[in-house]
Design a protein around this ligand. Sequence first.
Ligand code: HEC
Ligand code: HEC
Ligand code: HEC
Ligand code: HEC
Length: 223
Amino acid sequence: MSKHGLTACLVFIAISVSAVLAGVSQTKHNFTSATYSPNAYFLGTNQVCVYCHTPHNGSLTMGALYNHQTNESQPYQMYSSSTLDMTISAAPHKGSLVCLSCHDGTIAVNSLSNLPGPQGAGNYGSPGGSALDANGRLTVASDAFVGTDLRDDHPVGVLYDASRDPSGFVAKTGIATSYPDKLLSEGLYVECNSCHDPHDNTYSNFLVESNATSQLCMRCHTK
Ligand code: HEC
Ligand code: HEC
Ligand code: HEC
Ligand code: HEC
């Protein structure tokens, strides 16, 4: 790579990371801060990203250098309905498991594979805020508690196939940057990260885009 190319690339990375940093730091996903996450924060902590990422020894199955403890064998009650046309997997895929690892309430929010410094796995800081129990797990006291029963939530683990209901759904384009493809997790599934970006609360509820006039819904549904 030319020197200019490299400089441009480094500047781009620095801007991307600082945009993410500014984004996450001022949201409820900043667990170091009683100001930004008043219901769920950890005393004696200062690293924002470490709850979800580590520079080394990240999870290979979850990707994105994932650092939060996940329980891939946790059973979930998946959405079901007589009017579903597409196939729902027996378990959510990683685009949902990364969220459920905190939001199902079974694992402490501060339970990490790789703590800052040389300590290895463990819990980072001590819990504060009304949404956490003494072990640091999210409880039903939080509006953000999802639990392990997903029957009352938008279906996840769905293999998106509009041909099963062409009048109800927007067909895939095969182009990763166009709708609905750009919302599909791993290019295939409807998962939590189809609709949510955990770094960015611009549209509230960490939505990937505004849902005014149900715009987000209509990226996939036609009615
Ligand atoms: C609450 C959890 C959480 C926190 C905190 C968090 N991230 Fe992430 N991050 C994720 C998840 C989940 C993904 C995977 C996203 C996906 O697959 O859609 C991800 C992906 C990424 C990626 C890959 C590109 C992308 O956006 O998909 C980068 C870069 C990143 N995070 C940087 C950061 C930085 C820097 C911080 C701290 C300022 C941070 N993240 C804090 C959950 C988090
Ligand atoms: C490391 C733990 C952790 C991970 C991973 C995580 N969250 Fe959260 N999330 C929390 C906690 C704790 C809160 C704050 C709960 C409260 O204030 O009651 C929260 C809050 C939220 C909120 C509410 C925001 C608001 O403004 O009220 C949404 C929406 C959300 N998370 C979605 C997600 C999604 C989607 C993912 C995956 C892409 C995810 N979270 C990943 C722990 C996590
Ligand atoms: C099809 C899109 C979609 C999917 C998939 C989705 N969400 Fe949401 N989620 C939304 C919308 C839209 C809202 C805002 C609802 C509102 O304003 O009342 C929301 C709100 C939330 C909230 C805020 C609390 C609440 O219930 O209002 C949490 C937490 C949350 N989602 C977590 C998740 C998790 C975890 C998953 C995966 C298991 C998930 N979401 C999957 C669209 C989605
Ligand atoms: C990323 C694509 C996508 C987005 C965005 C999306 N959905 Fe869905 N939705 C689906 C798929 C796929 C199914 C499963 C359809 C099937 O199997 O027939 C589904 C199922 C549903 C169902 C259950 C239908 C049934 O027959 O039981 C409802 C209700 C629903 N979505 C509402 C919404 C709403 C409201 C929004 C906006 C907040 C939304 N969806 C956003 C893809 C999406």
